[in-house]
Design a protein around this ligand. Structure first.
Ligand code: NAP
Length: 245
């Protein structure tokens, strides 16, 4: 049986690295995308290749249309198909709205939301030819609840949720499913910067009483990529220990 192919954006570290490794373990050929951190991406690839030899790294800024197009051309030339796209790349530029610069606002929108659009557009084209595919967008509970100090990030993640539902409606008849995962607080570099006091306070608001792990997100993505979720599209799956109900 031919392997399935997945592109994970921002797969050098954190949730993206775990996604790449778990998809490789499940038998996928994995394209490890990165933008700034080549060494981290190569480390991910080394781990991925233990399970899936036919995997590769591609550098591309997801916010740049030409670079995204070139990445998908390379995928088409190499694998001739794409079964799953995980739009995982994301950044934060936190500060109160009154202090937020236009650049801090737009950088987050460009990478988180426009990047998701650019990659999904290219992936949809490839998937339509095969009449199957799964697109998984990394949202956040903050895109549902809002969060002080994160107007830019929350807007980008709320945008991703609207985008996910709209694309799911456009692509359903082509057998392409589009879903979002809304993580709560997951232990990564993104949350390592929080002080111990802030973390303690956060954990006290989580019914399951702990931060999530990167594998918690990867296992949900694997389910959304698989046939086991073939009747699920346009949904936002919260993986947050019950934090937001
Ligand atoms: P992270 O450790 O900061 O990793 C972010 C990744 O995004 C990096 O691999 C980075 O790669 C990539 N990236 C940044 N700008 C990029 C660009 N222009 N083009 C391509 N890739 C780019 O973040 P994380 O915690 O793993 O989060 C992953 C996703 O989950 C994000 O979308 C985040 O918003 C979401 N999320 C995380 C949490 C959490 O608690 N950690 C909660 C909710 C949602 P380079 O360094 O190579 O650029």
């Amino acid at each position: 049986m031919e392997n399935k192919v997945v592109l994970v954006t921002g797969a050098g570290r954190g949730i993206g690295r775990s996604l790449a490794i778990e998809f490789a373990k499940a038998g996928y050929d994995v394209i490890v995308n990165y933008n700034g951190s080549e060494a981290a991406a190569l480390e991910t690839l080394e781990e991925v290749k233990k399970y899936s030899e036919n995997s590769m790294v591609i550098k591309a800024n997801v916010a740049n249309a030409e670079e995204v197009e070139a990445m998908f051309k390379q995928i088409q030339d190499t694998y001739k198909k794409l079964d799953c796209l995980v739009n995982n790349s994301g950044i934060t530029r936190d500060t109160l709205c009154l202090r937020m610069s236009e650049k801090e606002f737009m950088d987050v929108i460009d990478i988180n939301l426009k990047g998701t659009f650019l990659c999904s557009k290219q992936a949809s084209r490839m998937m339509m030819k095969k009449k199957q595919g799964s697109i998984i967008n990394m949202a956040s509970v903050v895109g549902i609840s809002g969060n002080a100090g994160q107007c830019n990030y929350a807007a980008s993640k709320a945008g991703i949720i609207g985008f996910t539902k709209s694309l799911a409606k456009e692509m359903g008849s082509r057998n392409i499913r589009v879903n979002a995962i809304a993580p709560g607080f997951i232990q990564t570099q993104m949350t390592d910067v929080l002080s111990e006091d802030v973390k303690k306070n956060l954990i006290s608001q989580i019914p399951l009483n702990t931060l999530g792990t990167v594998e918690d997100i990867a296992y949900t993505a694997l389910f959304l990529a698989s046939e086991q979720s073939k009747y699920i599209t346009g949904q936002v799956i919260q993986v947050d220990g019950g934090m937001l109900m």
